[in-house]
Design a protein around this ligand. Structure first.
Ligand code: PLP
Length: 434
């Protein structure tokens, strides 16, 4: 019947979940309700209780084309007939080399190192930076410059470059390598409802960056930054002038620039990559999330021939590196992206979000409303009650996962205007309840 998932009904799933499963960023059992999903199709999730929800999260930035896409399904099925997996040490295969060549063409970078999650791609980037410093006779450069408000993942190297105070990893701060932190960038990029113009970059902030990098250049192997959008650390949009300045400073001081495009990559911000807002190319780039259109876990760390040649042997090798199913579906997802009018789609979503979220601007519980590309954010005055907000938005037929002081959306590009309107109405209702 309609309420069944495979052989289990909703109650059975949720009981086993409560007894045995640990969900992300949650206690056991979860203090926030967990919902069983039966199907995902297009931009909608169907829950085991029969409810249909428009997905406002793209499964954390990933499912840009929507779910159960015939082309992506076919890519996995076709690849499955040849091989699900082979080790990547000393073996290679068509889906991986095709994908590497496509990524190189899209980014202007030369070498692609495949990993299995965004966090691992960041670990690899950090290792590349240290190995390159050491290989070029600057082994004393053992730190990274990172930016407060940033988020780069949950593994130790990645945690060490996340915001140490406001971020989610403060429990570990005593155990992490110490890096150099630039202040949170002033948020003056993107759009606010009713504001015609964007403020320019803050010259004082540009100056601060310059002073900080100059003071620490002797100990910096790399600068790591989320281009233009800081994601899970606060959903902040900052001016591309900062990114350009970081690129200049990296060049002047012989420091590598690592762009973490795991969230921002593949069109989400209205440009193919966040770096494109600034017209810069990083020395190392991390991609993940939307790389496979939300189908399989895959990420990659890309770099220049110069850095790769300088490093030589990179001591890293995940068991599932270059997984054929994942690289095949990533290839298909990038083909789909090249074919779809993602620029127009994200522009249309941007306009829909701006229009739909305008009502929330003057609500008492709302601190700020901002939009960039297919990303819409209501920042609240106080931390939200996640269960309560989810209950409200689910009542509007929408799936969102707020956290902290953020009620936000990054919908699939396939969302139509009426689906974007459902999402913004749900967000506005949630904001009205604060
Ligand atoms: N870097 C950024 C900018 C992210 O948004 C994320 C997302 O979680 C990560 C790194 C970590 O990726 P993953 O969750 O795949 O390990």
């Amino acid at each position: 019947g309609g309420s069944r998932v495979g052989g289990m009904n909703e109650g059975e799933i949720l009981r086993l979940d409560e007894d045995h499963v640990w969900h992300p960023y949650t206690a056991v059992p979860s203090t926030v309700p967990v919902h069983a999903v039966r199907r995902a199709e297009g931009v909608r999730l169907t829950l085991a209780d029969g409810r249909e929800l428009v997905d406002g999260m793209s499964s954390w930035w990933a499912a840009i084309h929507g779910y159960n896409h015939p082309r992506l399904n076919a890519a996995v099925r076709d690849q499955l007939d040849d091989m699900a997996h082979v080790m990547f040490g000393g073996l290679t295969h068509e889906p991986a080399v095709r994908l590497a060549a496509t990524l190189a063409g899209m980014t202007g970078l030369d070498r692609v190192f495949f990993a299995d999650s965004g966090s691992v791609a960041v670990e690899v980037a950090v290792k590349m930076a240290f190995q390159y410093a050491s290989a070029t006779g600057r082994a004393g450069r053992s730190k990274l410059l990172t930016v407060r408000g940033g988020y780069h993942g949950d593994t130790f190297g990645a945690m060490s470059v996340c915001d140490p105070v406001n971020g989610m990893h403060h429990l570990f701060s005593g155990l992490l390598p110490q890096h150099v932190f630039a202040p949170i960038p002033p948020g003056e990029y993107g759009f606010r409802p009713g504001e015609a113009t964007q403020a320019g970059p803050d010259p004082a902030y540009l100056g601060e960056l310059e002073t900080l990098v100059a003071a620490h250049a002797h100990e910096l192997a790399a600068i790591i930054v989320e281009p233009v959008v800081q994601g899970a650390g606060g959903m902040r949009f900052y001016h591309p002038a900062y990114l350009r300045r970081l690129r200049e400073l990296a060049d002047v001081h012989g420091i590598l620039l690592i762009a973490d495009e795991i969230a921002t990559g593949f069109g989400r911000t209205g440009e193919m990559f966040g770096c494109d807002h600034a017209g810069i190319r990083p020395d190392i780039m991390c991609v993940g999330k939307a790389l496979t259109g939300g189908y399989m876990t895959l990420a990659a760390t890309l770099t220049t021939a110069e850095v790769a040649d300088g490093i030589g042997v990179l001591m890293h090798g995940p068991t599932y590196m270059g997984n054929p199913l994942a690289t095949a579906v990533a290839g298909a997802s990038l083909e789909l992206l090249a074919e779809r009018p993602w620029r127009e789609e994200t522009k249309r979503i941007e306009a829909g979000l701006l229009d739909g979220l305008a009502e929330a601007v003057h609500m008492p519980g709302v601190h700020d409303v901002r939009v960039l590309g297919a990303i819409g954010v209501i920042e609240t005055v106080d931390p939200v009650d996640v269960a309560k907000i989810q209950d409200i938005v689910m009542g509007h037929g929408v799936w969102l996962r707020p956290f902290g002081r953020l009620i936000y959306t990054m919908p699939p590009y396939a969302c139509r205007p009426e689906e974007i309107a459902m999402i913004t109405e749900a967000m506005v209702s949630a904001a009205a309840s604060l």
